[in-house]
Design a protein around this ligand. Structure first.
Ligand code: ATP
Length: 365
């Protein structure tokens, strides 16, 4: 299958004068699985629809495979789309639905089209379901038909808008693996929209975290998780503890509600600046009271609630009037007074306008 990169340059979209996107620039590579993730209303669907040619930008350019398509209608962009709500034709069979995707293609009908439909149904594992109507299918099967229909005309780019959000959790996890496997097999550039950060981490080559109509960070799932570029990304992606406070002690500490936490040594911060430290629950160890030793950060806390996760406990502790979440592999749920500790090397220092002096940010692969 032919595939192409997508370039978005300084894009802005407004609805009735209200800005939905502003200053968005992205470079999506050929064959990449690229995810737009962010909270409801942040503008990710608007961005996907702009790439599809379904929204008209008020500024900026969009190029597919190096060709400027900003003023081209959808049908000239060669993109395939799958929406959240299946959007299948209810009175057409599965085969007819998939064949519909071929109607503007050279293989409009005839034997070749029939073969192509069979091939696509095989691809999404629905070879024996061709004669059924959509109402006779499960939600996951319907979404696979929608996927086959979107792939029918051999699009350069596949655009998926929350394709799994109507499905239950187990099916969602199964189908996301199938989508990723298929994407790899076809090597097709894919732009995927989700509000589910765990899904974004699981499925993507790179992620763009979108907030309030702007891109906060573009990076691999690992980088977004381990090195969030802003307090928003740190809180939105994955379980996290974000300690917000004021820089103190000649830039070496962070005053968090009267307690001082050490800042990582490479941070270049001035006293009085507001900043935050983000520490993942799995980077914090939990010991019985007084159990912690060494020069690492220690917090005396009290266990409030524990959740059993199967392979670990998620423990909600109270420290300095705030909740600190810890993930521990203990065999019994911890209780009472505990000592939490973490290495400041496992903490990321953040401030609102991006990050401190650790330079490798944003477009990191
Ligand atoms: P969700 O996850 O809820 O779908 P989203 O991140 O995809 O959200 P968008 O649908 O892109 O967000 O919407 C971005 C902003 O633009 C929102 O404030 C929304 O209310 C507004 N918006 C979207 N479509 C329209 C429209 N057709 N007319 C007016 N405003 C719109």
């Amino acid at each position: 299958m032919r595939t192409a990169g997508v370039d978005v340059d300084d894009l802005a979209v407004a609805y009735d004068g209200v800005t939905a996107l502003e200053g968005v620039s992205l470079s999506i590579e050929e064959g990449e699985f690229f995810t737009l993730v962010g909270p409801s209303g942040c503008g990710k669907t608007t961005l996907l629809r702009s790439i599809a040619g379904l929204e008209k930008p008020s500024a900026g350019r969009i190029a597919i495979d190096g060709r400027d398509v900003t003023d081209e209608p959808t049908e000239n962009r060669n993109v395939g789309m799958v929406f959240q709500n299946y959007a299948l034709f209810p009175h057409m069979s599965v085969r007819e639905n998939v064949a519909y995707g071929l109607q503007f293609h050279d293989l409009g009908d005839g034997r070749e089209a029939d073969e192509r439909v069979s091939e696509l149904l095989e691809l999404v594992d629905l070879a024996s379901f061709g004669d059924r109507e959509p109402t006779q299918l499960s939600g996951g099967q319907r979404q696979r038909v929608a996927l086959a229909r979107a792939l029918a005309p051999e699009p350069d780019v596949l655009l998926l808008d929350e394709p799994l959000s109507a499905l239950d959790a187990q099916l969602r996890e199964r189908l996301r693996v199938q989508i990723k496997t298929l994407q790899r097999e076809l090597d097709i550039t894919t732009v995927y929209v989700t509000h589910d950060q765990a899904e974004a981490l699981a499925i993507s080559d790179r992620i763009a975290v979108v907030q309030d109509g702007a891109v906060e960070q573009v990076a691999t799932p690992e980088t977004v998780y381990r090195d969030p570029a802003s307090p928003f990304v740190a809180e939105f992606v994955g379980d996290n503890n974000v300690f917000a406070g004021e820089v103190t002690r000649g830039g070496s500490g962070l005053d968090v509600g009267g307690a001082t936490l050490p800042l990582p040594s490479e941070v270049d911060a001035r006293d009085g600046e507001s900043a935050a430290l983000s520490v993942r629950p799995e980077s914090i160890s939990l010991e019985g009271n007084g159990g912690a030793t060494g020069g690492e950060t220690t917090l005396d806390a009290t266990v409030r609630t524990t959740e059993f996760l199967g392979d670990a406990y998620r423990v909600h502790c109270l420290w300095n009037d705030r909740t600190v979440v810890v993930k521990t592999g203990a065999t019994e749920p911890p209780a009472g007074d505990v000592t939490l500790r973490f290495d400041s090397a496992d903490a990321t220092a953040l401030r609102n306008q991006g990050e401190f002096s650790r330079a490798r940010r944003r477009e990191t692969r």
